[in-house]
Structures are given as structure tokens and as C-alpha cells.
Design a protein around this ligand. Structure first.
Ligand code: SF4
Ligand code: SF4
Ligand code: FES
Length: 329
């Protein structure tokens, strides 16, 4: 048997609207989207709300619940006190269409401006070969469900429509970072492009976007900060040095593996040349980047290691047999 709880829901369109009060039944195990559906079924059949999967995967049911940008289908009613009023409003950063439905086309326009994947010359689809180690960093960004909660939260555009033409926003920064880290992407200017054409400089690393991401993508640490430049030249990174020692890299052939880089261009991915540290005009590193736990996310194997490892570089010690366990026949 459910309980009656109090809800406040914004209703209106682009000409204006108001928050209206409702008492709705809530049952065990329900989420906010269930309550909206019950409202539509019992009191407000014309209440507009966008949804699709009810499983946190389509990114449609983004809304603000008690002021926090969330997915309606992933916000359990059990997270509120029984006496608590739950206020549901549309995403604030995008123009209202009706009730809880907003026009999110800004995000798609900005996505179109992101330069597409540039395949390497001379390699046809079906011939792409990548190592898992090469895609580990960028794979995280493929979890994005395009709910645009991060875009809605970012203060650069939340109350500043005037910034929208110049700012692509965190969702598009993770796409730029994903392509920048893609082992086969032939463009070598993605960081520069993000700075000059996508408004990367507007971001001051507040991490609000990361806090609201339902896929727990570390937008700021793993995408924006590496885009804003690597802090430490990987050649001098202590982790990489340790990796080199373990793998006795000095004994490896000096030639790095190049995955089809055009003549004169920086090779991609694991063969990418080390980059200089990003220092300001005063010659100092940016403090925010120094504090990050993921400074450039260096691989412990170093950037230029090819897999599988040459046999000479693998040392494996077989465990001593346990005298208490009889040998298998
Ligand atoms: S970290 Fe940058 S992109 Fe993310 S919310 Fe803050 S300013 Fe916006
Ligand atoms: S990065 Fe996260 S918050 Fe932003 S659109 Fe993708 S899933 Fe949503
Ligand atoms: S309905 Fe698909 S994410 Fe909520």
C-alpha cells in the first residue's frame, strides 16, 4: 500500500509557466519517473515529459529534482524523506518547449562542430588494429548517454546564453578528448582546436559536470585537464621511468611503432612523441593540473611500448610447488 506524498511540478511553455502542487501516491521501489507517469495517468494527462528506456541508458529523462540535475528514472523515491516535498523542474540551461521538455538542440549543434574521426591514410575500415592498452583511457568516454546533465550544470552556459555560441561544453570536450586519445585518429590538432574553437578556456575546472554525470565519467580529470595540456613531459614522469626500468626499455630497438602516421606528422597513439609541460607566461605549471590525480593518465608501461611484449622483456617466476598439495595426474 502506497503513501500520499507532496510534489511540485513546473508546468508551462516558452511563454511562461508556474510550479503546481500535487499529492500523488508513492509505492515501494518507485522512482521519480514513476510518479510523473502516475500524475499523467490520474491528474494531468497533458503533462509533457521526455523519456524512453526507464533504465538510465537513453539519456532522455533529464530534469532537475529538488534543484539537482538528475535522471528521473534513476532517482529513487526512497532517497527522500516521507514528509519531504519533491520539486521537479525542467533543465534550466535549455529553452523550454513544454512542461519538463526542453529544446536540447544546442548540444547537437555543438556536436556537429566537433571535427569527426579522421582515419589514417592508407588504412581501410576493417584493417584498423588497436591494442587494448591504447584504448583504455578513451573507452571511459564511450559510456556517455548524452543526457546533457553536464551541459545543463556547467556555469559557463547555465545562466549565460551569450556564451553558448563560443562554448561547446563538457559533453563535447569528452568527445574531443576521446578522439585526441584515439590510436588511429590522424588529426594532431585536437587540443588546439578545442582551445580556439570550442571554448575550452572558459572552463575553470570546477568539476560540477563530473558531479552530476550518471555514468560517473571523470569529465574534468580525465578529459578536460588532459585537453588543457599535459603537465609533465612523460619522459620525466617517475612512473614511466619505473616502467622503462622494469621492461628494460634501453635494450629495446629505438624504433617506436608508428600506426600509419603521414610523413612529417606526429605518429598517433602509443607512438606519440612526448609533449612539453604546459607552463604559463610566468613559466609555472597550472596549480589545478598539478593537483589532479590523473595527470595525463600515463600508462605504467610508457607510451611507446608495443604489445605483445618481446619475449626477452618478460620475466616470470613460477611459484614454488606447495608441498601440501599432491601433484595432479
Ligand atoms: S569543470 Fe569546466 S566544463 Fe565542467 S562544469 Fe566546471 S566549468 Fe563547466
Ligand atoms: S558526460 Fe555524463 S552527464 Fe554529460 S552527457 Fe554524457 S552521460 Fe550525461
Ligand atoms: S528514461 Fe532513459 S535514461 Fe531515463
Amino acid at each position: 500500500m502506497g503513501t500520499k506524498r507532496h510534489f511540485r511540478v513546473w508546468r508551462g511553455d516558452s511563454d511562461g509557466g508556474e510550479i503546481q502542487d500535487f499529492d500523488v501516491e508513492v509505492n515501494d521501489g518507485e522512482v521519480v519517473l514513476d510518479i510523473i507517469h502516475r500524475l499523467q495517468a490520474t491528474q494531468t494527462p497533458d503533462l509533457a515529459c521526455r523519456w524512453n528506456c526507464k533504465a538510465g541508458k537513453c539519456g532522455s529523462c533529464s530534469m532537475e529534482i529538488n534543484g539537482m540535475p538528475k535522471l528521473g528514472c534513476m532517482t529513487r523515491m526512497s532517497t527522500f524523506e516521507e514528509s519531504e516535498t519533491v520539486t521537479i523542474t525542467p533543465l534550466r540551461t535549455f529553452p523550454i518547449i513544454r512542461d519538463l521538455v526542453t529544446d536540447v538542440s544546442y548540444n547537437y549543434q555543438k556536436a556537429r562542430e566537433n571535427p569527426a574521426f579522421a582515419p589514417p591514410a592508407g588504412v581501410k575500415p576493417g584493417e584498423y588494429r588497436m591494442q587494448q592498452v591504447d584504448v583504455e583511457r578513451s573507452q571511459e568516454f564511450r559510456k556517455c548517454i548524452e543526457c546533457f546533465l553536464c551541459q545543463n550544470t556547467c556555469h559557463v552556459v547555465r545562466d549565460h546564453d551569450e556564451n553558448k555560441p563560443a562554448f561547446s561544453g563538457p559533453r563535447n570536450f569528452i568527445r574531443a578528448a576521446e578522439l585526441d586519445m584515439h590510436p588511429l585518429d590522424a588529426r594532431s590538432d585536437r587540443k588546439e582546436y578545442a582551445k580556439e574553437h570550442q571554448g575550452l578556456g572558459y572552463c575553470n575546472i570546477t568539476k560540477c559536470c563530473t558531479e552530476v554525470c550518471p555514468e560517473h565519467i571523470k569529465i574534468t580529470d580525465n578529459a578536460i585537464i588532459p585537453l588543457k595540456e599535459r603537465v609533465v613531459d612523460r619522459r620525466y614522469d617517475p612512473l614511466v621511468r619505473l616502467g622503462r626500468k622494469i621492461l628494460r626499455r634501453d635494450q629495446l630497438p629505438a624504433e617506436a611503432v608508428s600506426v600509419g602516421a603521414p610523413a612529417g606528422e606526429t605518429p598517433f597513439s602509443s607512438a606519440r612523441s612526448p609533449q612539453t609541460a604546459a607552463v604559463g607566461a610566468d613559466g609555472k605549471l597550472e596549480v589545478a593540473e598539478l593537483l589532479s590525480g590523473h595527470q595525463g593518465g600515463p600508462s605504467p608501461f610508457g607510451d611507446e611500448q608495443a604489445f605483445p611484449l618481446p619475449e626477452g622483456n618478460i620475466s616470470y617466476i613460477h611459484p614454488a610447488p606447495d608441498p601440501d598439495i599432491p601433484p595432479e595426474h
